[in-house]
Write a protein that binds this ligand. Sequence first.
Ligand code: FAD
Ligand code: 2HG
Ligand code: ZN
Length: 482
Amino acid sequence: KRDSKFAELTPEHVKWFRETLGTDSAILDGVNQDAGDDMEPFNSDWMRKYRGHAKLVVKPGNTEEVSKILKYCNDNMLAVVPQGGNTGLVGGSVPVFDEIVINLARMNQIRSFDDVSGILVADGGVILEVADNFLAEKNHIFPLDLGAKGSCQIGGNVATNAGGLRLLRYGSLHGNVLGLEAVLPDGTIVDDLCKLRKNNTGYDIKQLFIGGEGTIGIITGISILCPQRSNALNVAYFGLESFEKVQEAFREAKNQLGEILSAFELMDGRSQKLYNTASGNRLPLEGEHPFYCLIETSGSNTEHDQEKLEAFLEHVMGEEIVSDGVVAQDQTQIKELWGCREGVPEHLGHWGGVYKYDLSIPIGEMYSLVEECRERMMKAGLLGDSEDKPVVDVVGYGHMGDANLHLNVPVRRYDKAVEKELEPWVYEWVQKRHGSISAEHGLGIAKKPFIGYSRSETMVRLYKQIKDLYDPNGIMNPYKYI
Ligand code: FAD
Ligand code: 2HG
Ligand code: ZN
């Protein structure tokens, strides 16, 4: 239910925004006019699962404008939702009712880069791929990579504490982000754009914004430590017989590739099959395997890396840990192999919808959830090839190196009966194993009712206290997990 404490937008409010932002391209006005389809992309999420009814989208051009906007909204009890690239997977980036969308797309400037320290300072609205391309020219790399890089923004990445494909190597944003500039709901600009690796001077407040999902303020600037780009990049793709073999391969990869290993990703055979069907892209290996892994190495010495990789391959093939495999020979093949992993989320949507679960599970038990879930769907008569069955398949893939499983249930249509079989069963399963119900996507609105499966009442109480401290009127991204 819409919270009646929030004001409804009036033409006078819109007039204020128009005058303050000064340019027509910074505002999408559905109050004075019918904004029609133009409003749709801001009101609906990437999965097309959540839809809001915002009548106003504002796109500030700098931090001062964000500050003015938030102060005005706070003074007038207007609820807002911060929005980056709108690629989030938990419904956090779209309004629930008529919250004003504050979209960061115009705040897209790189502010500075130091090629000795590797520290990049940039606006929150810079698109991840743009930041990484900029860094490539300077022989550096953004310490985060993910399938949505072409549209997600670094502010959105920080707000969700995104993990992605190379966390195994470069670590989490909680470590790489050195400083932030953020605007609080009352308009206060928090300038903590620290460019120091070490700074133990009191509470590390920026950590609350990292993964805060836009509930306490808007991230307008980021200072982040970026590693040197590797000269030697290799990608291999394997087929394996069982999840036990996948674990063995992972152990061996850490053992033998250690410091050059930059990704170890898992895809089950079904996820690859559906990727192949939906995308039309061929799979790299002949025949079918129950499991596939993608390994990436990045090092500073081509010869040394090649030698190591070859020794590793010889070992895992010789020991029959891996049944078949291929190593990319050039950039095109590297892209093709990565496509088989990165392209999975996009193509699973092909049949209509997907129920997604982003879970941390003790590594040995990671895949049994997928098997049990599939059995459950079969037993309930919901899974099958025919049109009358809602469930297309149950698949698992994810970041093996981080023990982060993406359980995906692609469906022909969203269906209450499927949902009832899945929830809270999946969350109970994860809770029993002391896992996390959200490893890297956040809680948004999708996981709001389930926070208790991963966090105690005490923790949730502390969250609420922090929320009240930073956002006493509750205007920031309301109705979401907090
Ligand atoms: P949005 O979706 O716009 O927003 C996400 C949340 O952050 C919302 O709650 C929003 O209110 C808030 N927010 C956005 N910008 C700001 C800001 N400047 N200040 C404060 N709050 C803000 N995630 C992973 O962790 N790993 C992956 O490998 C991964 N792969 C993905 C692949 C695909 C194809 C897709 C569609 C998504 C993937 N994601 C992944 C999900 C991931 O959360 C997002 O892609 C990304 O981090 C969100 O950035 P965004 O700019 O799109 O944020
Ligand atoms: C990935 O790792 C993303 O590809 C998306 O985190 C996972 O869609 C998903 O379930
Ligand atoms: Zn992921």
